[in-house]
Design a protein. Structure first.
Length: 259
């Protein structure tokens, strides 16, 4: 059967409250891609925190993801990877995609470490595997400021207050092998929000956008990373893709406030 559209591959958790793969699919809805979602875990959470994770066996979801490798995949985005073995399975998938589609194949990683309402998704062993094994595969990392703090051992309050520590923290992760780090400023104190886009070659930009006081949406980080991956898969520059992803999420938040 002839493929009408190239493929956007998303490997992430399923959250019935609307985050995870549901948010990913929504972010990619009007883009010229076929969406292929691979579930790593079926989570159950509410406003009080994570009630269960329900992780699948890494080999199970990896074999499912491998069925897409030979197709016209343009980018992959990783969300929830609930443990070190899941991170290593993601590494195997990245290597297979790069071997098939080229060394510059876009890989975006949204480091889902904990739920915003409380509760862990990735334990200490998993965080170590992400930093030591996945980052060196030259991925684009999209942490919020809390995630940036945890991944670098820095003070989250300092990152929320000041910009220079954010750049220093991003450079810590770039030194460990990431090709780029986009530190989203939504958890910061500033208005307008400042997102940092930092590359391994030393270049960086601050992207400013208004702090939207609208409604609440589930999975804003999921949406951002998926939108970013899709635009990179279309050949956009990192900076242009990051700007569009931020605009998309802000628009969704504003629309939620109008409903």
């Amino acid at each position: 059967m002839t493929e009408l559209h190239p493929l956007l591959l998303v490997v992430a958790g399923h959250d019935p409250s609307g985050a995870g793969l549901d948010a990913d699919r929504d972010a990619a809805r009007e883009l010229p891609f076929e969406f292929a979602g691979v579930i790593t875990a079926d989570t159950q959470q509410d406003d009080r925190g994570v009630r269960s994770i329900g992780a699948r066996a890494p080999r199970q979801w990896l074999l499912e993801a491998f069925t897409h490798v030979l197709r016209d995949v343009r980018a992959v985005k990783f969300g929830l990877l609930p443990g070190a073995e899941h991170v290593r399975a993601a590494c195997d998938l990245v290597r297979a995609l790069r071997e098939r589609h080229g060394a510059d194949f876009p890989v975006v990683v949204d480091p889902v470490l904990a739920a915003s309402s409380g509760g862990r998704f990735l334990d200490a062993d998993g965080v170590r595997a992400l930093k030591r094994e996945l980052l060196p595969l030259r991925v684009v990392l999209t942490p919020n400021l809390d995630e940036l703090a945890e991944l670098t051992g820095r003070d989250a309050r300092e990152l929320a207050r000041a910009l220079d520590p954010r750049l220093a923290a991003a450079r810590d992760l770039l030194a460990q092998g990431a090709s780029a780090v986009i530190a989203k400023g939504g958890h910061g104190a500033e208005d307008p929000v400042r997102d940092l886009v930092a590359r391994a070659d030393g270049r960086f930009q601050w992207h400013l956008h208004p702090r939207v006081k609208g409604g609440k949406i589930r999975g804003s980080g999921c949406r951002y990373a998926t939108r970013l991956a899709a635009r990179l898969g279309q050949g956009w520059t990192l900076e242009a893709a990051a700007e569009e992803a931020a605009t998309h999420v802000s628009t969704q938040i504003a629309a939620a406030g109008e409903r």
